[in-house]
Design a protein around this ligand. Structure first.
Ligand SMILES: NC(=O)c1ccc[n+]([C@@H]2O[C@H](COP(=O)([O-])OP(=O)(O)OC[C@H]3O[C@@H](n4cnc5c(N)ncnc54)[C@H](OP(=O)(O)O)[C@@H]3O)[C@@H](O)[C@H]2O)c1
Length: 245
């Protein structure tokens, strides 16, 4: 993917990594539209970052995805990049019946939300001369954090989904890129002040640099994510799992 001159829709761009990426990509010379459920956040973003477009979207709801799709493609017919950033992460105690509700919500947003977005946008994107779908998984797709079992599983599912999607779309104009972040300082699960997580701006800077350096990249793996991403290949999976346990 070239780093400028695109029209990019980031579903899940109202905070954290999505918003930081939107601001940076806008500065790089892309038209960027961010989406999310929180109307107050969308209004704040419009006021603080007038260059960014906004659209309300709930990826748990197919009708909402369709409305957002119709809105962004009507207002931005050159749209050629979809980023499926929307995600939730909650701890689950598998010995408690309450965990089932968390698991079902996680599957709905993180797995179904991504698949529904891809399904809605692929027919439109494949008509563009050069298009990209960027999915967002996690280093935890490759070694799980036992405290968040369904979250890890949802990201592993989207890793696998992206691998198949890339093969199915190989003969189209759509490139598929997976970003697998390490811990990054956002409010996703209260890690905004964690020393163990990467500062948000440093993470997004590294992502942009990697995209720029390798426009054909299949995966964007920053240095801090490499240990978990390649643990199995490196032969230290058990050691990494013990560290996360
Ligand atoms: N931060 C990390 O350490 C880390 C590590 C690995 C992967 N990731 C992934 O990076 C992505 C962004 O997370 P973040 O850390 O930036 O956390 P965040 O600030 O909480 O961002 C999550 C985004 O997802 C949106 N979202 C959640 N549920 C949604 C729904 N049903 N429909 C539409 N949008 C929804 C939120 O918008 P609204 O609330 O406005 O809907 C928000 O914009 C997630 O997929 C996360 O799993 C993060």
């Amino acid at each position: 993917m070239r780093i400028s001159g695109n029209t990019i829709f980031i579903a899940g761009g109202t905070s954290g990594i999505g918003l930081e990426l939107a601001i940076r990509l806008s500065k790089e010379g892309n038209a960027v539209i961010v989406g999310g459920r929180r109307r107050d956040r969308l209004e704040e973003i419009t006021a603080a970052h007038p260059a960014l477009g906004t659209v309300e979207i709930d990826v748990d709801d197919t009708a909402s995805i369709r409305r957002a799709f119709e809105h962004v493609t009507a207002s931005h017919p050159a749209l050629n990049v979809l980023v499926t950033m929307s995600g939730i992460m909650h701890p689950e105690d598998l010995t408690s019946p309450d965990s089932l509700q968390i698991a079902e919500r996680t599957v709905t947003t993180n797995i179904l939300g991504t698949i529904r977005l891809a399904s809605q946008f692929i027919p439109f994107l494949r008509e563009q001369e050069a298009a990209t779908i960027i999915t967002v998984t996690s280093a935890l797709a490759f070694v799980p954090l036992p405290m968040t079992p369904t979250y890890n599983a949802s990201k592993a599912a989207i890793h696998s989904f992206t691998e198949s999607m890339r093969v199915q779309l190989a003969d189209t104009s759509i490139q598929c890129i997976e970003i697998a972040p390490p811990g990054v300082r956002t409010t996703l699960m209260g890690q905004e002040d964690s020393e163990a997580a990467m500062p948000l701006d440093a993470f997004v800077n590294e992502v942009i640099a990697l995209l720029e350096a390798n426009p054909e990249a299949k995966e964007i793996i920053v240095e801090a994510a490499a240990g978990l991403r390649y643990a199995e290949a490196n032969g230290n999976y058990d050691e990494m799992l013990a560290m996360l346990s």
